[in-house]
Write a protein that binds this ligand. Structure first.
Ligand SMILES: [Zn+2]
Length: 526
């Protein structure tokens, strides 16, 4: 592997995207995915400035055991006219416990004078003082030079002085930020080469996509000598987004021959990109390079015969390298191979089970056409796979009927009440449950109905619920997809339901969630 830093800022800069809101649990979830992918650094947020981010770092210390990545806390240099050691915001960075602190600093003279309203000399002192203090406290310090490219064009000597000051004070990396995203690749390449000659510091690159060149600009910077690349998964970010880290990494690794992450990790890229988009609830962009659903899709019939002879004739790289599929061949080797791999991950040895694998591939294809997704809903997929292996669907109870009513009472908010009728443990049960919404009420009623036969369900808790309305496609009406996350206190799993009706879709996902919870604990059918 090369020592190029892959620095992810999905949780900080990516979360600036319009309409994207991450809870602390979401952030922890995404961090685990990023670690699995093999990024070197995960920027978790701005502790001290944002209470949610402070909580993220506190929880991360206890709950997040990263195998590959190092956590970074983001923050600004000390305020003008103060001392870094006494600045509560700088203290919060230390208190975050993150081994890396990434400081943002002004490097554009006009920004120093008009936005920061201080002198050019004091801005340099702020950089020097804050970097030296955090470095002295044993942290690795990176510096984000904000508006660097515009600043370099406005006053090149001062912009370079900021980099030199940071490096001399102990910053390990100085990242050049195209904060306004207005640069083009040749400019970026020139400025990075000149900055490298003028400072000798380890340089990083942080690009925004306002000219549609965030990825190209990042590659130009690496070609010119930058050895630290910042970006976000799926290119999340404000305005037109940040550099899409998976595209950058795939290009560097597959096109430019720079080994950045182990091959087997890059093969998880598509799955992880989609799993993260389920957490952010931002629909995946089907035409996204490398990992998009359409990235290697060919219209049936068009190139079919040639592709059968040699698939490489119609694709720029092997889709399996990033865990994607040439879509037309999904029911062929690639599809079977990925199901076999997934089966192995879940504890089923399906090697040689060609017929069974084909059956599962067909089933998955059919369900995905109807709006299902199994990228995130591992538990539903395992139940499906298990049904094919065992020959019948695992059923802990037989549902007779369910019903939910929501009514608004005179002086309060709407309340939902659900009734579930089922047979479990040889007995017919009628149970009701209340909730602040129909799904909450159904969840309570279902658990109530099962509590006699399966007291083990007590521990289960519905911890997340996400809804997406899928556009009408393939001649069908619009459908609703619901993803539910259920926890037993130590781990959690996701299930999926699809139906024209949101409550029905939720019910399907709820039943899978409970069934999987019982299966996980090894509970026999009663
Ligand atoms: Zn940015």
């Amino acid at each position: 592997m090369t020592d190029l830093h892959v620095y992810d800022t999905t949780l900080r800069d990516g979360a600036q995207q319009e309409g994207l809101n991450l809870s602390v649990a979401d952030k922890l979830d995404i961090a685990r995915h990023l670690d699995e992918l093999g990024v070197g650094f995960i920027e978790g947020g701005w502790p001290g400035a944002n209470p949610k981010d402070t909580e993220f770092f506190a929880l991360a210390q206890r709950e997040l055991s990263l195998r590959n990545a190092t956590l970074a806390a983001f923050g600004s240099t000390r305020r003008a006219g103060t001392v870094a050691a006494d600045d509560p915001m700088v203290r919060a960075l230390l208190d975050s416990g993150a081994p890396v602190v990434t400081l943002v600093a002004k490097s554009h003279v006009r920004h120093v004078e008009t936005a920061l309203r201080t002198t050019l000399a004091e801005n340099l002192a702020m950089v020097r003082d804050t970097v030296a203090f955090l470095h002295g406290e044993g942290r690795r310090v990176f510096l984000d030079a904000e508006h660097f490219f515009d600043g370099y064009l406005a006053d090149r000597d001062y912009a370079l002085e900021v980099l030199r000051t940071a490096a001399e004070a102990g910053a390990e990396v100085v990242a050049l930020c195209d904060t306004n995203g207005g640069m083009l690749p040749p400019q970026v390449g020139d400025v990075v080469a000149e900055a490298l000659a003028g400072t000798q510091a380890r340089l990083g690159i942080h690009c925004h996509n306002d000219t549609g060149c965030a990825v190209a600009n990042s590659l130009a910077a690496v070609a010119a000598g930058a050895t630290h690349v910042q970006g976000t998964i799926n290119g999340y970010g404000e305005r037109t987004g940040n550099a899409d880290l998976l595209t950058v990494v795939s290009n560097l690794q597959l096109k430019l021959g720079q080994p950045i992450v182990p091959e087997q990790r890059l093969r998880e890229a598509t799955r992880i990109a989609h799993a993260i988009s389920e957490v952010t609830n931002v629909p995946p962009y089907s035409r996204q390079p490398y990992v998009g659903a359409s990235a290697f899709a060919h219209k049936a019939g068009l190139h079919a015969s040639a592709i059968r002879i040699d698939a490489d004739l119609y694709q720029h790289t092997d889709p399996m390298a990033v865990g994607n599929d040439m879509r037309m061949l999904v029911s062929d080797m690639a599809g079977r191979a990925s199901i076999e791999l997934k089966g192995r991950e879940l504890g089923y040895d399906l090697s040689g089970e060609t017929e069974l694998l084909s059956r599962v591939v067909e089933k998955v294809k059919d369900l995905e056409l109807r709006g299902y997704t199994f990228d995130a809903a591992d538990a539903s997929f395992e139940l499906l796979l298990r049904a094919e292996v065992e020959g019948e669907r695992l059923s802990y109870f037989d549902v007779e009927s369910w019903r939910v009513i929501t009514d608004s009472r005179d002086a309060g908010e709407a309340v939902s009440e659900a009734t579930v009728k089922l047979v479990a443990g040889g007995a017919r049960v009628v149970a009701t449950g209340e909730g602040n919404g129909p799904v909450n009420a159904l969840d309570h009623a279902l658990r109530q109905a099962l509590s006699g036969a399966y007291p083990e369900l007590d521990k289960l808790e519905l911890i997340d619920f996400r809804v997406r309305i899928l556009d009408a496609a393939h001649g069908t009406d619009a459908v609703t997809r619901v993803l539910i996350e259920t926890s037993d206190g130590s781990t959690s799993w996701e299930t999926v339901g699809v139906a024209p009706n949101i409550v029905e879709a939720s019910w399907i996902a709820l039943v899978d969630g409970v069934t999987y919870g019982l299966l996980r604990q090894g509970i026999p059918v009663r």
